[in-house]
Design a protein around this ligand. Sequence first.
Ligand SMILES: Nc1nc2c(ncn2[C@@H]2O[C@H](COP(=O)(O)OP(=O)(O)OP(=O)(O)O)[C@@H](O)[C@H]2O)c(=O)[nH]1
Ligand SMILES: [Mg+2]
Length: 416
Amino acid sequence: MSQFVDECQLNVRAGDGGAGCVAFRREGPVAMGGPNGGDGGKGGDVWLVADRNVASLLAFRDHPHRIAGNGVHGKGKDLHGRRGEGLEVKVPEGTVVRDMYSGEILADLQQHGDRWLAAHGGRGGRGNARFLTNRRRAPSFAEQGEHGEERWLKLELKLLADVALVGFPNAGKSTLISVISAARPKIADYPFTTLEPNLGVVRIDDATEFVVADIPGLIEGASEGRGLGHRFLRHVERARVLCVLVDLAPLDETSPSDQLEVLLAELGKYDAQLLERPRVIVGTKTDSADPAVVADWDGMVISSVTNQGVRELVGRLASLVHEARQEEPVSEGRVILRPDSDGAWVERVDEHNFRVLGRKVLRAVHLNDVTTPEALAYIDERLKKLGVPRLLARAGANEGDVVWIGEFSFDYHPEH
Ligand SMILES: Nc1nc2c(ncn2[C@@H]2O[C@H](COP(=O)(O)OP(=O)(O)OP(=O)(O)O)[C@@H](O)[C@H]2O)c(=O)[nH]1
Ligand SMILES: [Mg+2]
């Protein structure tokens, strides 16, 4: 039943932070005044937000990349760069987010409004004005902007039907779903062709999407377990809207009104609340039906062969689904937190190579210009504050070993 699980890959990239600026005030005759380089703006974050109007992961199939805006670089005269624009990616309720490589579950976005920070925007670099100290009157360096986080995610969704097609065997349910969605169930001119439910996603545009379930035909007595229908009434139970198909050209010539009566009775016997569910009743196969029968039928009609009435039916279903979604109570959206790994740790790569990990440590090197001695001294100070020398000593590093932080490497010199 893998078709009930929708899956896709999603690449999220947060914006890069803008770089800090190195600049100095000009004060009349004084060639160089104090530092006034502004900070870079923070890069935009990418959030995943559960939205009940999205029904599937189809939107990501062909377009798996989602990118937030970069922060703007700082300028002189203490001008800070603007923040990058954040991005909210709408996903269906019930979407489970995994890391694509490890498979680890990162978030479970259950209900409308639940949100999860998928990629952190890079911090903006600080301008040289921030590095002014008594000892450092004319700081000649500023921080780079931090790269925005980028990662591949795997999204999974158990599809739930918004609309259930209900009708006698052979009423044309599978044919209809094949016309309005990409589902391709088996279709044949004998009853009980469909043995397992089929789901199809009807996508009108980015904002309107719903899932339709084509279930095996119901017969009289289904609610007591006759035929195949009983097992599948569960799917009907969870659907927001019912679409009852009445065959206007039935093989056994059961009249449309008799069909409708039996179908509604079976639904009601299974669960009385199903009769309260919004529903559309539609006569099928108008193209091959007796015109007198069609004329007698008081309600919507379709032909999946000529497409007559199909567009109207889809529109009607979409608006009932939309109304039903709006009526569902919305609780306060939760923010799904992700474990914070701000601390630093050391991994031994091999005998003489060590790798230091942790967000703050990586930041200290990535944000800074590693080419000027002044900036290097500043990085050294930061690493000491974060306890990196102590961690290296504890991990067994010796004089002359190589220490990797991000893309940079340093020789290790223990403190005396
Ligand atoms: N002329 C005509 N035939 C149709 C139309 N819709 C379906 N049929 C035919 O009716 C027969 C049954 O259609 P299905 O879509 O398999 O019916 P079903 O409701 O899924 O049947 P079960 O799966 O057995 O419950 C097939 O031969 C279809 O080609 C229609 O609009 N016009
Ligand atoms: Mg069928």
